[in-house]
Design a protein around this ligand. Structure first.
Ligand SMILES: NC(=O)C1=CN([C@@H]2O[C@H](COP(=O)(O)OP(=O)(O)OC[C@H]3O[C@@H](n4cnc5c(N)ncnc54)[C@H](O)[C@@H]3O)[C@@H](O)[C@H]2O)C=CC1
Ligand SMILES: O=C(O)C(=O)[C@H](O)COP(=O)(O)O
Length: 384
């Protein structure tokens, strides 16, 4: 069995080595010639998987080790009898931790002593948005969610959803929809000139969904106007060749790495390994957890002298500080124009190991119940 795989998929040998012979290729540059003699194709989000790539090949299974599937023509795969699997939810927690870290930095920057006083509006309440809402509610934030497809499916029996306009009145507006180009609720340029003009100076707009959910020319124009909102972008139109003027105008800019915790990436590989094993009728005994190394930061300790929010900020930022990704991104994007695309991809290929909050044990000595609840809600393990 011949497997062609994006070289950036972690643990290829560990998960897939005994299923077939693996050829590693660049996901971004993958061509029809690369996959011609493959039986199995494993990708991440940067490979367009469609008729042009696969027609005439032997490929019978395609797996993407990502949540998003907008790069895959699933209709064509189904009509060609090619099995397909994605990794829903694999890196949802990583994105949630990115957003929580951004919100905590924003609160500090704005002089908001209690970050839970910021209302948060979530657009798209699936695996990422739903988990984010859950964590924020546990922390006592006011959260509003807009998800018309879920609202229609679940009716009055489900969770309460509000309109996009209501969500857009929140202090923080964060986008977690898939990129869809057709249908009643398509999201391509969901945030165009009109919606962007409704956002005000005190508001924070975060996009970790797909770049094309925001019209970047309209955003650029809006950011040049008075009373523009603060913007954080992890995803960009036309990656890896991003709009560098936009980069100059956003507060935090990161190279599509919100989902890049080690846990998230390895779970993506595991979920596709499970799906492929099912498809081939093989036992699937390997688990992501067995391959995760010991974290560099294993323990943090706070005493009764620790202040709740300061301690939570220290803990979150010791695990993950988006400002470091922003600094690396700005440095890379200061290269000459023709070198920026490859530099964007290098930032992603060579991404440093980032562990999730759950990898750190927090020791709390004589601290309040409220402080313990905060750490638990953030996802840290407690050692009392
Ligand atoms: N920046 C990054 O590193 C990452 C980005 N992503 C992106 O985040 C997206 C969301 O991920 P999940 O939550 O796991 O997906 P999901 O499929 O579980 O949830 C998406 C939700 O958006 C809702 N939705 C669809 N159209 C909508 C609209 N017009 N308005 C409001 N809600 C709408 C859906 O009903 C669904 O509940 C992915 O599709 C992917 O594009 C995912 C992982 C990492
Ligand atoms: O899972 C998704 O969806 C994502 O956006 C991934 O985190 C993107 O990672 P790559 O596939 O581009 O490595």
């Amino acid at each position: 069995m011949r497997i062609v795989a994006d070289e950036n998929i972690p643990l290829l040998d560990s998960f897939f080595g005994d299923i077939g012979e693996i050829d590693r290729v660049s996901g971004r540059a993958m061509s029809a010639a690369d996959v011609q003699n493959a039986d199995i194709l494993l990708v991440r989000s940067v490979t367009r998987v469609n008729q042009a790539l696969l027609e005439g090949s032997r490929v019978r299974f395609v797996g993407t080790c990502t949540i998003g599937t907008d790069h895959v023509d699933q209709q064509w795969l189904a009509s060609s009898g090619i099995a397909f699997a994605a990794a829903p939810g694999c890196n949802a927690n990583s994105v949630v931790e990115y957003v929580m870290s951004v919100i905590s930095l924003h609160a500090e920057r704005r002089g908001v002593a209690d970050w839970t006083k910021l209302s948060v509006g979530i657009v798209g309440a699936g695996n990422v948005g739903g988990e984010l809402a859950h964590k924020l509610e546990r922390l006592d934030f006011d959260v509003l969610c807009c998800d018309p497809p879920r609202a229609e499916r679940e009716g009055d029996d489900g969770q309460k959803f509000v309109s996009l306009e209501e969500v857009m009145a929140c202090d923080v507006v964060t986008l977690h929809t898939p990129l869809t180009r057709e249908g009643e609720h398509d999201t391509l340029h969901l945030f165009g000139p009109e919606r962007l003009s409704a956002l005000r100076e005190h508001q924070l707009l975060i996009n970790t969904s797909r770049g094309e959910v925001i019209d970047s020319s309209a955003l650029l124009a809006r950011l040049d106007e008075p009373n523009a909102p603060t913007v954080v972008l992890d995803v960009w139109e036309h990656e890896p060749r991003i709009h560098s003027e936009l980069l100059d105008r956003v507060w935090l800019a990161t190279p599509h790495i919100a989902g890049y915790s080690l846990e998230g990436k390895v779970q993506g590989s595991e979920m596709v390994y499970q799906a492929l094993s099912r498809c081939l009728g093989l036992p699937a005994r390997k688990k992501a957890g067995q391959f995760l190394p010991e974290p560099a930061l294993a323990k943090l300790s706070f005493t009764s002298a620790a202040e709740e929010m300061d301690s939570a900020n220290i803990a979150m930022r010791s695990c993950y500080d988006p400002r470091r990704d922003d600094a690396r991104m700005r440095l890379a994007m200061s290269l000459p124009a023709e070198e920026r695309g490859p530099a964007f991809d290098r930032l992603r290929r060579d991404y440093p190991v980032r562990r999730e909050f759950s990898s750190v044990k927090i020791q709390l000595k004589g601290t309040s119940k409220s402080m313990q609840d905060t750490f638990r809600a953030l996802g840290f393990k407690l050692k009392l």
